[in-house]
Design a binder for this molecule. Sequence first.
Ligand code: ATP
Ligand code: MN
Length: 477
Amino acid sequence: MQTVSVKELLSGKQLQQEVTINGWVRTFRSNRFIALNDGSTINNIQCVVDFENFDETVLKQINTGSALRIGGTLVKSQGKGQSFEIQVNDIFVHGNADPDTYPIQPKKHSLEFLREKAHLRVRTNTFSAIMRVRSALSFAIHNYFRNNGFHYFHAPIITGSDAEGAGEMFRVTTLDEKNPPLTEDGTVDYKADFFGKETNLTVSGQLEAEAYAMGLGKVYTFGPTFRAENSNTSRHLAEFWMIEPEMAFFDLHDNMDLAEDFIKDVISYVLEHCQEDLAFLEKRLLDEEKSKPQAERSPMPLLEKLKFVVDNNFKRVSYTEAFDILRNSKPNKKKKFQYPIDEWGVDLQSEHERYLVEKHFNCPVILFDYPAKIKAFYMRLNEDGKTVRAMDILFPGIGEIVGGSQREERLDVLKQKIADLGIDEKELWWYLDLRRFGTAEHSGFGLGFERLVLFATGMGNIRDVIPFPRTPQNAEF
Ligand code: ATP
Ligand code: MN
């Protein structure tokens, strides 16, 4: 059957024509006005029913949540609030929603309540707006990389290397949990497991992406990653999507330039293509913030904040400079930080990151050249022998959104690092091969997709920007 979307209808091109649309009822007022939504836009189309023309049994099934097919004429609206509406002459009920049990009623539901109804929450304005923005952002990401000479690379999801995520990985096994085969010393014999070794869900596709960058030049991954970290925060998921570009012949500065340009580009894309959804989310945020104390309100409305990021340079600061700023800061002197900043080399906690971004610089910040001790083994050692070419991008209200580095391309230095950490070189044999055969300067970073969606939508909890969140004690749906 030839149908049109609500989005198309609202453009008015079919004025005075007979049209057919499918959708779900948002509200049904006065036995006369149906607000129908089909997910194509945040806006509903008003369908005007002359109830005398319809059977009571049909009208009774038109409840919030019912799925309908409506036929009628698109006309200019007489009423306020919409420019077009449909004069209904035909209604088919695909499926009714019982008003006594359908949980999504036309009133304000809390985000917590809707998390428990994750299978239905996309039928609200808020979640449909978030998920359309999420979808547009994914498209923008692929688009950016395609336009900049990158190849899309699929990193494996099951990984045999555990060098990266020690202790934070989900094991993948087909062994009998009640009666696993044991080795002579009584431990589980993974040689008898499906892959003949211990395997896990990946925490990052980086190591594999490096292999591909050293042949394809510029690659990126965009896929699910898994972390069994028991951090119940509003910024962490056990399953999240990560974008990981990896570029041969890029140094740390090229890497920072790319990351900044990339973020600005995808935010510009949604500013241009998701105007109605963003306007709705901005208004939602302003309403929500009215109930908060002044100090907790965000200083800029959503759209302004997004434009600010696009139009301004990110502030680039070395760890050492940031350390000095923090050490001399008021909260540090007054002992207000939970983790005091005293000795060079301490890891920065989110309270410090927030101070830098939200109080001191008031803009996105790229921190670089971190102490080697607090960063991963594969980051390139600087000439000072104590810092590595790492860079983290910190965003207001979010904290860390990107973590990246220039990679150590020198075989001897990398081997030393691995040995110092007590990692068995054999486990990384193929990774070390990349340094044996045609090694070169290269860099990359990981951007947590949900953190980007959090920023773009102004939402506060990462559980609300992924369709079905996976967090400790929660894998319903
Ligand atoms: P954090 O300190 O916030 O836990 P991280 O240092 O563990 O982050 P990386 O290992 O550098 O993060 O991962 C790269 C990016 O992936 C981060 O900058 C962040 O955007 C995102 N990220 C990391 N862990 C999570 C998670 N559990 N849920 C959602 N996104 C995450
Ligand atoms: Mn982490």
